[in-house]
Design a protein. Structure first.
Lengths: 164, 660
């Protein structure tokens, strides 16, 4: 039941969890610089029980736990990448909203540049081939010249039968 | 009785669709006009029965007939009338019925206004439409019957999900479906053309208005959905790169590419094979979107595996139509003759670049949406692909696109003059530099890229203006003459300018909202005051209120600036009794195109309440942009040359126009 509702339209997809709040006032760190880092990190991390929501957006209890965990690590003096490594070690790649560049994600990361370069190259080759074919066939054969002359003269003097 | 009639009407619509699938095809093969004409009457009759079925389901919802399972599960007798109606498509079965009704509507429109089409083409187009319709009627009747009865009718319904009890539901899904399903027309035209084995510039002229119409609806539908998410979800986000959103974005990107390539085909008889392929792909992506949203595969691959009946059915439809049409394309495309040579620097060249970038963007969204699913099915490994990925891959593609947009309309067909175009765009470039300087001077923090993005947006907008100014010769000829020329300018030229400017407008909104938005998260007690972005916010207190099918706690905030009171904002928390669910209703104050946004959290024991307050500068431009684009599309659609069903008289009208 809940599923069919969730699937209704794209807005609805965002309501897997009961509504409450994302970042709560009591979670905020006293150090604004660290809090800003926590927010930036939170946007890169997935709430694993939600549909494609970052822990910064999600109201699920798990997201709150993760937000607190991120802040705990930051307070302990971890760097951003240490926090990420810690979470990946604990929850796997699934927690990252931006997958790492690895063997499994080669196609994911490379498709866009490959398509752009490949598409551009194909278009360039096609244009060149066409241009060459065009320049080869640019000159008219003697027979075509004669036909044009015939058509022009018949056009210039309507009513008279064409010379051919 | 009403439910049974609705069900029966749907069965009859299926029967008519089956007739419409076969007879006109046979007629076109045998060149029998009588058989071909069956398509027209069958399509119109099918429309009548589909609409009857839909109207009967609406009647059931309005009269709260809880003996029907669909009404019981999604309605409540106390629900306001508007939500009783919109609740019809606020669930799986009803929304599929809306989907096929809109499909029948488009089929009926082609039948009614397609008198200028060659008889055999019209017969084949309508037959292909009927193939799609038959598949989806069968899907509804076999797996998702909205008219199923309950053996023991309950007294009261379960009510609609409170989140959906919003005016957004009245507009967003129908718009989105009009867009999705509208692309079925260009698909049917493409398949019919491949079957006919003949395709020319006239084909593009018939297809373009339909594509444009679908594109306008899809643009508005996506923008509406985004705004709805923005004000309803309560954290001020407006685009989440959610797979369901991506499902609607993919056909939009492909459809936008299609609009531009069909233009080349109509004007220059080139890019035929590509245009046909795009028509097929655009609707295929619409079908894919339907599959993603309807099958449950998004929630989890496992949810799909445990209850696969619906998903498998749509998957079969998807494979049959996409596979079938692509096979047909592979077999026939080589027979289509390519015409219209052009130099790389030309209007055609610019439109090809547009297509390259848009299809790459579309492919990026596609792979980002489906990669996690594919990886999980193949290796069992779970990864997530979210906003950070798309911002990094999708965003950069729009940079060259936006730079190229003003150049496109400036270049001549066949062989353009890039230097000349650049000279004419000098004014736009200067405007962009001025904007850059201003943004740099004003910017308080935020990314250094933001002023550059603003400059780019201004370049796009002023490029559109410069194009118009150039065409009417403003400043070169007397004003009255320029005015006269402006009136004589084809509406499609105005449409292009508006649509392109809309792109720039949306970009300004996006950049400002993401870069300079301010936020306050904290607990406020009655009497507390907080400053945010130059406003003073005072929390007055909370009261209990009773709505028709909910009770709510309303908090009152007074907003003032420089000591002068501006507005009272009343965000609330609603509790819906029937489902025991609660929602937060954000309060918005609009000043100009910027907004102040308050959303409530939980109340604390000492009488305070957690609040999130945002100031979002120029945020409304995010949605004004798409509205401008849609308006531009509408202008183009009203161009005599394009008007649905009126290409014939248009040809003579064009020859009467004064030479530019």
């Amino acid at each position: 039941m809940r599923r069919s509702l969730i699937l209704l339209s794209f807005v609805v997809a965002l309501f897997a969890a009961p509504l409450a709040h994302a970042v709560q006032p009591d979670e905020i760190m006293s150090d604004p610089a660290k809090e800003a880092r926590a927010r930036d990190l939170s946007r890169e991390l997935r709430c694993m029980v939600c549909q494609n929501q970052s822990i910064d957006d999600s109201e699920a209890p798990l997201a709150r736990d993760l937000r607190l965990l991120v802040r705990e690590r930051l307070a302990a003096g971890d760097s951003d990448s240490q926090v990420i490594d810690f979470l990946v070690a604990r929850y796997g790649q699934f927690v990252l909203l931006k997958p790492r560049f690895e063997r499994e994600t080669l196609l994911l990361w490379l498709l866009t540049p490959l398509l752009l370069i490949g598409g551009g190259l194909a278009l360039w080759l096609q244009a060149r081939r066409r241009a060459r074919r065009n320049s080869e066939g640019a000159g008219l054969s003697a027979e075509e010249e004669a036909r044009i002359a015939a058509l022009m003269s018949s056009d210039a003097s309507p009513g008279r039968p064409s010379p051919r | 009785m009403i439910a049974e009639s609705g069900h029966y009407a749907l069965v009859l619509a299926l029967g008519l669709a089956l007739i419409q699938s076969v007879i006109p095809m046979v007629g076109a093969r045998l060149r029998d006009p009588a058989l071909m004409n069956v398509a027209r009457s069958a399509a119109l009759a099918q429309l009548v029965f589909a609409l009857t079925s839909f109207a009967l389901l609406v009647t059931l919802h309005v009269t709260s007939d809880f003996s029907v399972a669909n009404v019981f599960e999604n309605s409540h007798s106390m629900k306001p009338l508007i939500y009783k109606i919109t609740g019809v498509w606020g669930n799986h079965e009803g929304s599929m019925l809306l989907w096929v009704s809109i499909l029948a509507l488009f089929g009926g429109l082609v039948a009614a206004f397609g008198n200028n089409l060659p008889l055999s083409l019209r017969a084949r187009v309508l037959a292909v439409q009927a193939w799609i319709a038959s598949a989806f009627y069968l899907f509804i009747l076999i797996t998702s019957n909205p008219f199923a009865r309950l053996a023991n009718p309950p007294l009261e319904g379960r009510d609609l999900n409170p989140v959906l009890q919003d005016i957004g539901l009245a507009v967003h899904p129908p718009m989105l479906y009009l867009g999705y399903v509208g692309f079925s027309i260009s698909f049917s035209f493409a398949v019919a053309a491949l079957l006919e084995g003949r395709i020319d510039a006239a084909w593009a002229r018939w297809v373009r208005p339909w594509t444009l119409m679908a594109w306008i609806f899809l643009t508005l539908g996506i923008a509406m959905g985004s705004y709805w998410a923005y004000y309803e979800l309560g954290w001020g986000g407006w685009w989440f790169w959610d797979p369901v959103e991506n499902a609607s974005l993919m056909p939009w990107l492909a459809g936008t590419a299609l609009l531009h390539s069909a233009l080349v085909m109509e004007k220059r008889n080139a890019l035929k094979v590509w245009t046909i392929l795009l028509s097929i792909l655009t609707f295929s992506l619409s079908l894919l979107g339907t599959f993603l949203v309807r099958s449950g595969v998004l929630t989890s691959v496992h949810a799909f595996a445990t209850d696969p009946s619906r998903g498998i059915f749509i998957l079969v439809i998807l494979c049959a139509f996409i596979g079938g049409s692509l096979t047909l394309f592979a077999g026939r495309a080589s027979a289509l003759k390519q015409g219209g040579l052009f130099a790389p620097i030309s209007r055609e060249g610019a439109l090809v670049l547009n297509n390259l970038l848009l299809t790459t963007a579309c492919a990026t969204v596609f792979v980002g949406t489906l990669y996690p699913l594919a990886l999980e099915v193949l290796t069992g490994e779970k990864i997530s692909v979210g906003a950070p990925f798309f911002n990094l891959t999708f965003g950069p593609l729009f940079l060259p696109l936006l730079i190229a947009v003003p150049f496109g309309p400036m270049l001549a067909w066949k062989r353009g003059d890039l230097l000349g175009a650049a000279q004419r765009l000098l004014a736009a470039g200067i405007a962009a530099l001025v904007a850059l300087a201003i943004a740099w001077a004003w910017a308080r923090g935020g990314s250094a890229l933001a002023p550059l993005a603003i400059a780019l947006a201004i370049f796009v907008i002023s490029g559109a203006v410069v194009d118009l100014v150039e065409r009417i010769g403003l400043a070169r000829v007397p004003f009255a003459k320029a005015l006269h020329r402006a009136r004589g300018l084809p509406r499609s030229v105005w449409g292009t300018a508006f649509a392109h400017a809309g792109l720039g407008v949306a970009l300004i909104g996006i950049v400002c909202e993401t870069t300079w938005n301010s936020e306050y998260i904290g607990t406020m007690h009655p009497g507390d005051a907080r400053p945010i972005a130059g406003y003073q916010l005072t929390f007055d207190g909370m009261q209990q209120r009773q709505g028709p099918n909910f009770s709510e706690v309303v908090s009152t905030f007074k907003v003032s600036a420089d000591g002068k009171p501006l507005a009272v904002m009343t965000p609330s928390k609603r509790t819906f009794t029937a489902r025991g669910m609660s929602t937060t209703e954000a309060a918005l104050m609009t000043r100009g195109v910027s907004q102040l946004y308050i959303s409530l959290g939980d109340a604390t024991n000492d009488g305070g309440i957690a609040v999130r307050v945002y100031h979002k500068p120029l945020v409304l431009l995010i949605w004004f942009g798409p509205m401008l684009m849609a308006f531009g599309g509408l202008l183009s659609l009203s161009d005599r040359r394009l008007r649905v069903g009126a290409p014939q008289p248009a040809r003579s009208a064009r020859s009467l126009q004064p030479a530019e």
